[in-house]
Design a protein around this ligand. Structure first.
Ligand code: UD1
Ligand code: UDP
Length: 371
């Protein structure tokens, strides 16, 4: 048996590793262990519950309003024992969070090879997204297996000198999670059901580079859209980070067609995506899921590491300028031809079989070491 230790800490990491864990667990000669850092707590637990995942180790590290160095130092303190105890042949990390970066660094210090899921995403701007662009480049320096979701991501890695034979284009595992979950979606609870004639706009946001003016501008735009379109219903599951929650509740509470809610579990969020007319977000995962559900996305960022979304035609980078957001939302609410164009595209992020491809590679390479 060969042991793979999966390290995950946040909501999107858990969603994106869940299908891979399920697939690896189906392989007889692989032993999969899950270490959660709990960089997120409630939002992580929501995902573990839905996917019926139990952590073998839970470091329970989240503190309210944690800073990047505080979290990184707690991870550096606690992860080495988790890795040493599991004695893995491979450590698997996903994406570009602090958990992913310090997880990879910890594995490197113990000379354990690292598998990186969602490898090769780049904006080439170190501060966009911050600190994720540098986190993922650093994981890329350490990883032995680079599982790139798209051909563009593969090209980014090759350009940085990663050997071709270490890069695999797999699709994004979020599509695996989404397609499985979409089959089980029951519909929305009564309080989230739109009234007849309402057009739902779904909103999320949490990027550090948007803290301050970016979030305030977004709120001003949402307020303006809600006022100009009384039949629009804006549903906004608000990220619990105090840097998001405080300005959003201060600026948007009490507006009748804006509904601020706590983060919802994954099936409910999938149901909201299915129900809405379009999405306004700075989320990475949501940009990947939207085309699979035929939903246009206004991306409140100046740069994206997912250029496939813009090229496919379902996503528009609108930044955080209030007027630009209002203008783009107005078009999506009123211009049916534009809407039809942006909601019927081919999903560039995968076919729902990424986990299988990743498991095939790891099973083959790790078991070859046994012979
Ligand atoms: C992190 C990741 C980001 C990812 C995002 C997904 C880093 C540097 N950033 O950002 O890449 O896109 O997660 O959401 O790793 N909080 C709670 N309960 C929770 C989760 C968070 O209260 O379940 C609050 C806490 O106050 C916490 C704060 O949110 O301190 C920030 O969490 P943190 O993981 O540091 O940053 P995110 O902005 O969530
Ligand atoms: N999501 C969720 N509940 C919510 C909001 C989002 O389950 O209330 C899911 C969403 O479908 C996507 C993931 O969380 O799969 C995105 O997480 P987030 O935006 O926090 O992080 P990012 O993808 O930007 O790293």
């Amino acid at each position: 048996m060969k042991t793979i230790l999966v390290i995950a800490g946040t909501r999107p990491e858990a969603i994106k590793v869940a299908p891979v864990i399920a697939e690896l667990r189906a392989r007889a000669m692989l032993n999969v262990r899950l270490c959660v850092t709990a960089q997120h707590r409630h939002m992580l637990d929501q995902v573990l519950d839905i996917f019926d995942l139990k952590a073998d180790t839970d470091l329970d590290l989240m503190t309210p309003g944690q800073s990047l160095p505080e979290l990184a130092s707690r991870l550096l303190d606690r992860l080495p024992a988790a890795v040493a105890t599991a004695k893995p042949s491979c450590v698997m990390v996903q994406g570009d969070t602090t958990t992913a970066f310090i997880g990879a660094l910890t594995a490197f210090y113990q000379q354990v090879p690292v598998a990186h899921i969602e490898a090769g995403l780049r904006t080439r701007d170190p501060y966009a997204p911050f600190p994720e662009e540098i986190n993922r480049r650093l994981v890329g320096q350490i990883a032995r297996w680079h599982f790139a979701p798209t051909e563009k991501a593969r090209q980014n890695l090759l350009r940085e000198g990663v050997p071709t034979k270490q890069v695999y284009v797999t699709g994004n595992t979020v599509i695996d999670a989404l397609l499985t979950t979409a089959q089980t979606v029951q519909g929305l609870p009564d309080e989230l059901q739109p009234q007849p004639g309402q057009q739902m706009i779904l909103v999320t946001g949490h990027r550090r580079e948007n803290f301050g003016p970016g979030i305030r501008n977004l709120c001003a735009a949402l307020k303006e859209i809600a006022g100009a379109f009384p039949n629009a219903r804006i549903i906004y599951p608000v990220h619990p980070n105090p840097n998001v929650r405080e300005p959003v509740s201060r600026l948007l509470s009490g507006i009748s067609n804006i509904q601020l809610i706590d983060p919802v579990d994954y099936p409910t969020f999938v149901a909201l995506m299915l129900e809405c007319r379009f999405i306004i977000t700075d989320s990475g995962g949501v940009q990947e899921e939207a085309p699979a559900l035929g939903k246009p996305v206004l991306v409140t960022r100046d740069a994206t590491e997912r250029p496939e979304a813009v090229e496919a035609g379902f996503a528009r980078l609108v930044g955080t300028n209030t007027d630009a957001i209002v203008r783009a939302a107005r078009q999506l609410l009123t211009d049916e031809r534009l809407y039809a164009r942006m909601s019927t595209v081919e999903n560039p992020f995968g076919d729902g079989r990424a986990a299988e491809r990743i498991a095939d590679v790891l099973e083959n390479d790790l078991l070859a070491e046994l012979h």
